[in-house]
Design a protein around this ligand. Structure first.
Ligand code: NAD
Length: 489
């Protein structure tokens, strides 16, 4: 599906196997950020819509929970096949509604496919444990069971990968699901549901309710929703975590980030600058694993910053469907306005603006573009060093040695990812042991974990205990029961 029609597409919710209109009256435009064209209208659904979706999910749970695990897994295999068949179409849809470059979108589809591959291993993943002879003639065994109805709330920046972090594994484990996708990127979510139904999912197992905070709060406060998986910005993640926990739900809330990359004096400057550039400016810096602060160690001659500026001046900005484009638009005009405020604040707080991306705004008026923006001599106390800007704005901090660079990282309230560029084994080990973040890169620009490892942010980048993906994901979506049996009775 690629949106080409002149007629406005009006999106519907998907409840109990049917596409249904919202009970509400409000709709939002879904905008292509590279052209400002309206792609569709998304409903801002109501609590009544949530009620209907949860009811359907609760009813289907009665049969889905006891559907044999291999049978559930077979639907995931079929789903994988369909997603792979539509790889190009899905990538193009991501470009249209999110704005990122086609190559990035293609990679995102691949990351999503890997989540489905992982979930298809449910028969192995859900296995319990047993031990005979825990006492005379007594054995114990542990089984895993699904929780019930699970709610998933997702952000705009990975419209394919993030929903696929959630519902394939939850459903493979026997839960039923209500998805609330980002209202800014809802098209891909509908396509994911269509293909899931084509793969053979029974009615009510996966439901979708479009909208904004009313839908989120409806899920958080619903007594029949047993767990909430959330990915989004920090204030909302905290609200989701606290409200869901207060209501007795299991919750994982993945939040904002400020990822530091440390460039050591022995690093290959050309390669390190290329990695930082792609990490900071790819997807317009709108990745929770983007490099948003680079700490340059002992670089009095400005070798790294000069190379970075040179590369930033050469990079291609434009519509994600064009070849060789790296820097694409930010998601909306109001987001760009907020970012411009941060740029002004960086200047007023004394950082040196060594590359000003505002000039490209005038050259590329058709979308929400902002050129690569680099501040040098940023200190950890400045606002631009502390807050997640989520845009192509990079802060460069200076450090005399690795210890000082690690202190800069520790001062950040966020702890999603951190990367070091070096060949020095001792520095790599120290960084691995001491960097205050949950996902570490060694000469890797975007150290996002694959589906079989937990996506493991720390500090204010994550609220909860069990992360998404990997064994954490299986533990999150299942509860355990231990049976103790005596045989000499
Ligand atoms: P967002 O917080 O604006 O929205 C996320 C979801 O929450 C959306 O579905 C939205 O409708 C809903 N929402 C927004 N405001 C709400 C409110 N007041 N009450 C209830 N629900 C609300 O986030 P976004 O802008 O779509 O996504 C970008 C953010 O997500 C960034 O902060 C990024 O770091 C974060 N993110 C984190 C990870 C991670 O793994 N830690 C991954 C991807 C994105």
């Amino acid at each position: 599906m690629t949106i080409t029609s002149k007629e406005t597409v009006v999106l519907k919710n998907f409840i109990d196997g049917n596409w249904v209109q919202t009970n509400g009256v409000e709709y939002l435009d879904v905008i292509n950020p590279a052209t400002k064209a309206c792609l569709a209208k998304v409903p801002i659904s109501t609590k009544e819509d949530v009620e209907a979706a949860v009811r359907a999910a609760k009813t289907s749970f009665k049969t889905w929970r006891s559907t044999p695990v291999p049978k559930r897994a077979r639907i995931l295999y079929a789903y994988h096949h369909l997603l792979a068949k539509h790889h190009d179409e899905l990538a193009k849809l991501i470009v249209q509604e999110n704005g990122k470059a086609y190559k990035e979108a293609h990679g995102e589809v691949q990351r999503g496919l890997e989540c489905v591959e992982f979930a298809a291993g449910a028969p192995t993943l859900m296995m319990g444990e047993s031990l005979s002879n825990i006492a005379e003639e007594i054995d114990s065994s542990m089984y895993r069971y699904p929780l019930g109805v699970v709610g998933g709330i997702t952000p705009f920046n990975f419209p394919m990968m993030v929903p696929l972090w959630m519902f394939p594994l939850a459903i493979a484990c026997g839960n039923t699901f209500v998805l609330k996708p980002s209202e800014r990127t809802p098209l891909l979510a509908n396509r994911l549901v269509e293909l899931f139904i084509e793969a053979g999912a029974p009615n009510g197992v996966l439901n979708i309710v479009h909208g904004a905070h009313d839908v989120v709060n409806g899920l958080l406060n619903h007594k029949d929703v047993k767990a909430i998986s959330f990915v989004g910005s920090q204030p909302v993640a905290k609200h989701v975590y606290e409200t869901a926990a207060k209501n007795g739900k299991r919750v994982q809330a993945l939040s904002g980030a400020k990822n530091h990359h440390v460039v050591m004096p022995d690093a290959n400057i050309e390669k390190a600058a290329q990695h930082v550039l792609t990490s900071a400016f790819g997807s317009a810096g709108q990745r929770c694993m983007a490099c948003s602060a680079v700490v340059v160690v002992d670089d009095d001659k400005n070798q790294f910053i000069d190379e970075l500026k040179k590369k930033a001046n050469e990079l291609t900005i434009g519509n994600g469907m064009e070849e060789e484009v790296l820097l694409t638009p930010v998601i909306r005009e109001n987001h760009r306005e907020k970012v411009l405020g941060y740029i002004k604040q960086g200047i007023s707080e004394g950082a040196s603006l060594v590359r000003d991306g505002r000039k490209e705004m005038d050259e590329l008026k058709e979308g929400y573009f902002l050129g690569p923006t680099i501040f040098d001599h940023v200190t950890p106390e400045m606002t631009i060093a502390k807050e997640e800007i989520f845009a192509p704005v990079l802060s460069v901090l200076r450090a005399k040695d690795l210890d000082e660079a690690l202190e800069h990282i520790e001062k950040s309230r966020y702890g999603n990812g951190a990367t070091i560029y070096t060949k020095d084994a001792k520095a790599i080990r120290q960084f691995r042991e001491e960097a205050d973040a949950g996902m570490i890169g060694v000469n890797v620009g975007v150290p996002a974990t694959m589906a079989f490892f937990p996506f493991s942010g720390w500090k204010d980048s994550f609220y909860g205990d069990l992360h998404v993906n990997g064994k954490d994901g299986v533990n999150f979506f299942t509860k355990k029961k231990v049976i103790t049996s005596r045989f000499d009775f």
